[in-house]
Design a protein around this ligand. Structure first.
Ligand code: 3PY
Ligand code: ZN
Length: 618
């Protein structure tokens, strides 16, 4: 039958990289170009097996078996993407402002796992569920599925092309607008890029499948957002949603900087820059219910644009904030599937649907449909358990340290890696102190990274922040902090902290941020935009990604369990490499490491024994 057919395949029988071949050439740790796909994949799995970065998952549940039964042969019903294409971006935004139902963005595919699982969810685990989402939640306003950290993490850790993810999800959810998070001039990176890069990025993203661009600047500097808005306006279907990043405590009498007036002045500039929608981006979950009511009311009174609210449920109370905003007339809100909701992520979609059903602002989404997706997302979350933030529940400390949701989970991991895991509260306190020292800034990627880097440096070297502020030159100052003080990210809302800034920069050679793109790069952008953007935005990770693809072939064929854990003893691993062609791989034996640390790994591939060598990093 089938197995016999595979075994008879000449590709497998040829077995180019035989035991003796590799034995004679142990330097060939890197299978060269002619190595076949089976050997390349075996090499990857064997490396994972030996240098397993993670323990085995707690349960062997196959997530796909948890998907609700839906007729996937039937076309997805028309959704808001059809409305967008019909009305155009401006008409689409007007319709949003006019509708009674509160519109809902599902962040499960981006921010939820960025904030809970270090952005590690692979395209495969998203594309398995996307066709179901398209058919059971067609009333969604948008699905946030791209941008933010997903781009970097795809190249750096998942060995995936971020553009392929976008294209796939767009194809699988043709009725739902795909939303991305764009960091203004910083695009999906950590520093400003030349304008030509922003332009090419937006154009290519719109062409590949992004419909709604949520654009922010980490210091709420509108000049850093404007070029991206203008690039979106040049596309035919792109919706420019401009965000005001919320920080501080607006309704507190003690708040002198981030006041209602501050946000209204900011919104005015965003409207004037051409935005279709205004977003309130509460990245740390600091927006309390009364402040939400006040801010939403004022924005809708002062401007004609619809208002879209994004928050993180870090302290646990943000369903209250969403409901207060909904009462105040907010047009759209962000939630995540309940299984990936709560704490540093968004509020639960099921909870929001339940709380608004049978009111005049009911979402139109089915509570049953939303909750039917939960078992799938639960099972996937378990697979990625190693990347959980370690934040076991909500925390009110966020009102003190103001760390954004995505960063709070990441910082805990970073602290553990630096051996500071048991001093996390000290890091939180130092983060607050660093923020004060830097001028009480808006903290969101990349400005949040500056504050985090400074906090880790101070805790790691046991430096008293008062002493550091008085004489920063006496200590190592992280590069990102110098860059920030140099103005690389723009001017902070509250002005520069002096004399600290002058002291820290004294005698340092600071180069201006590059604003022009070399001609060769401009030409490359025109001829091969995706690959060139990868390279311009993330040179190192792109090189690693391209080498990994060469070395291991396309890893998207591996299940996530295989991808994370390699070959497991006693299991026959199925790897479908193309239609009608499945590899069956079983671990046979792991040999002793030689003097160079190379271990032979023996496995059967469709019944034939193969051996690869793996450097033991442990
Ligand atoms: C990002 O920039 O990735 C964020 O999620 C900011 O909140
Ligand atoms: Zn967010």
């Amino acid at each position: 039958g089938f197995l016999r057919g595979v075994l008879a395949d000449p590709d497998f029988l040829a077995g180019r990289a035989t035991t003796s071949f590799i034995d004679e050439r142990p330097e060939l740790l890197r299978p060269h170009e002619s190595a076949d796909r089976a050997t390349k994949l075996l090499q990857f799995l064997a490396e994972r097996t030996i240098n397993k970065p993670h323990g085995l998952p707690r349960t062997p549940v196959v997530a796909r078996t948890k998907l609700p039964t839906v007729d996937l042969a039937a076309e997805p019903p028309a959704g808001s993407r059809q409305r967008l294409l019909e009305l155009g971006p401006a008409g689409f935004a007007r319709a949003l402002r006019e509708q009674k139902a509160v519109a809902v963005t599902d962040t499960t595919f981006r921010d939820a796992h960025q904030s809970l699982l270090a952005t590690r969810v692979r395209t495969r685990d998203l594309s398995n569920v996307a066709p179901t989402v398209a058919r059971t939640l067609p009333q969604l306003f948008s699905v946030e599925a791209w941008g933010g950290a997903t781009y970097d993490v795809a190249l750096r850790f998942l060995k995936e092309d971020p553009w392929a993810r976008l294209a796939t999800l767009h194809e699988l959810m043709p009725n739902l607008p795909i939303q991305m998070l764009l960091r203004g001039r910083n695009t999906v990176g950590y520093t400003p890029y030349p304008l030509a890069v922003t332009d090419a990025f937006v154009t290519e993203a719109a062409r590949t499948g992004v419909d709604v661009f949520r654009i922010f600047d980490a210091l709420n500097n509108v000049e850093q957002i404007r070029p991206a808005i203008e690039a979106v306006l040049k596309t035919d279907h792109g919706v420019a949603e401009a965000a005001l990043c919320y920080t501080g405590n607006m309704t507190s009498p003690g708040e002198k900087l981030y006041t209602l007036d501050y946000y209204l002045r900011l919104a005015e500039q965003l409207v004037e820059a051409g935005a279709h929608i205004l977003a309130i981006k509460d990245m740390a979950g600091l927006l309390r219910a009364p402040a939400a009511a006040k801010l939403v009311t004022a924005l809708r009174e002062n401007f004609d644009l619809p208002v879209h609210l994004h928050t993180h449920d870090t302290a646990g109370g943000q369903l209250g904030t969403l409901l207060a905003a909904i009462d105040a007339g907010v047009d759209a809100v962000d939630v995540a599937n309940a299984a990936w909701a709560g704490t540093t992520s968004q509020v639960s979609m099921s909870a929001l649907i339940a709380a608004t059903d049978d009111t005049e602002r009911a979402t139109g989404l089915s509570l049953q449909a939303a909750s039917d997706l939960e078992p799938y997302f639960e099972a996937v979350r378990v697979l990625y358990g190693e990347f959980e933030s370690g934040l076991p529940g909500p925390t009110g400390r966020v009102y003190h340290h103001e760390i954004p949701g995505g960063q709070l989970s990441n910082l805990r991991q970073q602290a553990m890696a630096l051996g500071l895991g048991d001093r996390f509260e000290a890091i939180e306190d130092m983060y607050a102190a660093a923020n004060t020292m830097l001028g009480n800034i808006v903290k969101v990627t990349p400005s949040s990274k500056v504050v985090g880097d400074l906090a880790l440096a101070l805790v790691g070297q046991n430096i008293d922040p008062v002493a550091f502020e008085a004489d920063p030159q006496k200590y190592d100052i992280p590069d990102s902090v110098i860059g920030f003080l140099n103005g690389d990210l723009g001017d902070p809302p509250g002005g520069w902290p002096e004399p600290f800034r002058t002291k820290a920069l004294a005698g340092r050679r600071v180069r201006p941020v590059e604003t022009d793109l070399p001609d060769a790069d401009a030409a490359a952008l025109a001829s091969d935009p995706r690959r060139t953007l990868n390279r311009l935005l993330f040179p190192g990770p792109t090189k690693d990604f391209e080498e990994a693809t060469e070395r291991y072939s396309d890893l998207s064929v591996l299940t996530t369990r295989q991808f994370l854990h390699g070959l497991e003893p006693g299991i026959e691993h199925e790897v479908p490499i193309e239609r009608g062609k499945t590899l069956l791989m079983s671990l046979q034996a792991i040999g002793e490491a030689d003097e160079r640390g190379l271990r032979p790994v023996m496995a059967t591939v469709n019944g034939q024994v193969r051996q690869v060598l793996v450097r033991d990093l442990g």
